[in-house]
Design a protein around this ligand. Structure first.
Ligand code: ATP
Length: 378
C-alpha cells in the first residue's frame, strides 16, 4: 500500500555488538504490528531507528515512497509512546495534549484536544495534572498526546509495561479499539507474547537482531517455523526425530524407537533430522489399556507433576527416554486431576503435530528444547 513502513536490510551495530542484523520487514499501512522478542533481541533499537533516535549502520527505512532513514526525528510523521508516559508534570492534561499542535502554531487546538480526550475516554480530566491520574489514565493521555499530532505511524515501546495485569488487559482492549478507530499504523514493541497475540494483526518474532517468523498470531502459534518460536510463543513439546518416509500426504517419523506421523503440509522440513512438535493443549491423556484412536501419535509415560491452574490442569510426564512432556488438560469434565505417579498414554491427532528442521548437533540428547524468555542463556 502507499504508506507502508518498509525496513530494508537494516543493521545497527554498537561497536562490535550487532543489535539489529540485516533486518527487512514491511509493516502494512493501517496495521497493528507487534515486534515480539526477549530482552536484548533488538526490538527497541529497531523502533528507535524508525523514530530517528538511532542511526542505522546500514540499510534504508521508507515510509511509502519517502526515504526517512536519515531524517531528523521531528521531521518524521511518527510519534512514540513510551512505557514511562513522559507527560509534562507541571502542565495540566489539556496543555499536555495541546503541546505538539501549539508548537506547530495550529489553530482550533481546543477542539482537537477535546476530541482526543473523547477518544481515550477521559473527557472530564482535562484540568487535572498528570500526578492526579492513575497509571492507566496517564498512559491514555500519553496516547492522546501522540495521536493529536496525526502521525502516520505510532510507535509503542512496551507502553503497558508499568501497569498491573488487570489494567494491562483493559488497556490492551482499549488500544486495539483506538487503533481500529483511528486506522493508523501501530508498531508495538513488547516481550509479552500474550499482549502481542491479543492485539496485533501481525506478529514478528525477533531473536538476535533478526525476525525468525512473521505472520498472524494464529498462523505463528499453530505452525511455528523454528524451535525458538515454538517455545517463545506459548510452549511446545519437541521430540528429536528422523524422517523414515512419506505416504499419502503423511510424513512418517521415528523417535526413541517409537513411530509417529504428521501431515506433509505441517512440515517445514520433510527429510533427515527433524523436531516433531506438539502443543501441550493438543495432547490428551488416556490410561494404559484405554482405547485411543488408531491413527493418533502416542507416548507412554508417568506423571511427575500435576498443577491445577483453574481453567486447566497442567501435567508433566516423563517419557521412557527420560524427556519431560507437558500436557494441558481443560477442566471441562468433572473429576479430580490425575495424581503424580500415574501411568498414562499421551496421545494426539497427527495434524496437530508440526515438524521442524533439526540441524546436526541439536537434540542429540533427550532434552526438551526450551526457549530462554529472559535472554540470559550463555
Ligand atoms: P529490552 O526488551 O530489554 O528493551 P530489546 O529487545 O528492546 O530489549 P535493545 O534495547 O534493542 O533490545 O538492545 C539490543 C542490544 O543492543 C542489547 O544487547 C543492548 O545491550 C544493545 N544496545 C542497545 N542500545 C545500546 C547502546 N546505546 N550502546 C550499546 N549497546 C546498546
Amino acid at each position: 500500500m502507499a504508506d507502508d513502513l518498509v525496513l530494508e536490510n537494516v543493521t545497527k551495530r554498537f561497536g562490535a555488538m550487532v543489535a539489529v542484523d540485516d533486518l527487512s520487514v514491511t509493516v502494512p499501512q493501517g496495521s497493528f504490528f507487534a515486534l515480539l522478542g526477549a530482552s536484548g533481541c533488538g526490538k527497541t533499537t529497531t523502533l528507535r531507528m524508525v523514530a530517528g533516535l538511532e542511526e542505522p549502520t546500514a540499510g534504508t527505512i521508507r515510509l511509502g515512497d519517502k526515504d526517512i532513514t536519515h531524517l531528523r526525528p521531528y521531521r518524521r510523521p511518527v510519534n512514540t509512546v513510551f512505557q514511562s508516559y513522559a507527560l509534562f508534570p507541571h502542565l495540566n492534561i489539556e496543555d499536555n495534549i495541546a503541546f505538539g499542535p501549539r508548537q506547530r502554531g495550529e489553530r482550533d487546538v481546543a477542539k482537537k484536544v477535546a476530541d482526543m480526550l473523547e477518544l481515550v475516554q477521559l473527557p472530564a480530566f482535562g484540568k487535572r495534572k498528570p500526578a492526579q491520574l492513575s497509571g492507566g489514565q496517564q498512559q491514555r493521555i500519553a496516547l492522546a498526546r501522540a495521536l493529536v499530532n496525526e502521525p502516520q505511524v505510532l510507535l509503542l515501546d512496551e507502553p503497558l509495561g508499568a501497569l498491573d495485569l488487570k489494567l494491562r488487559r483493559q488497556m490492551q482492549i482499549e488500544l486495539k479499539r483506538i487503533q481500529t478507530e483511528v486506522g493508523i499504523t501501530f508498531l508495538h514493541v513488547t516481550h509479552d507474547q500474550d499482549e502481542a497475540m491479543w492485539m496485533a494483526d501481525t506478529v514478528a518474532v525477533m531473536n538476535h537482531g533478526r525476525i525468525e517468523q512473521l505472520g498472524a498470531p494464529s498462523e505463528i502459534y499453530e505452525f511455528p517455523a523454528s524451535p525458538f518460536v515454538a517455545n517463545f510463543l506459548g510452549q511446545s513439546n519437541l521430540f528429536a526425530a528422523e524422517v523414515s518416509g512419506t505416504s499419502d500426504g503423511d510424513i512418517h517419523l521415528a523417535a526413541y524407537g517409537e513411530r509417529f506421523a504428521a501431515p506433509v503440509a505441517r512440515a517445514h522440513s520433510a527429510d533427515g533430522r527433524v523436531w516433531l512438535g506438539v502443543r501441550p493443549e493438543k495432547v490428551r491423556l488416556a490410561m494404559p489399556g484405554e482405547e485411543v484412536p488408531a491413527a493418533h501419535n502416542r507416548v507412554r509415560g508417568v506423571l511427575t507433576d500435576t498443577c491445577y491452574a483453574g481453567v486447566s490442569t497442567e501435567y508433566l510426564l516423563k517419557t521412557p527416554w527420560g524427556q519431560e512432556m507437558s500436557v494441558f488438560s481443560a477442566n471441562a469434565a468433572a473429576g479430580e486431576p490425575l495424581a503424580p505417579g500415574t501411568e498414562v498414554v499421551a496421545h494426539w491427532y497427527p495434524p496437530h503435530s508440526f515438524v521442524l528442521d533439526r540441524p546436526a548437533g541439536e537434540g542429540d540428547e533427550a532434552t526438551q528444547y526450551s526457549a530462554d524468555p529472559l535472554g540470559v542463556a550463555p
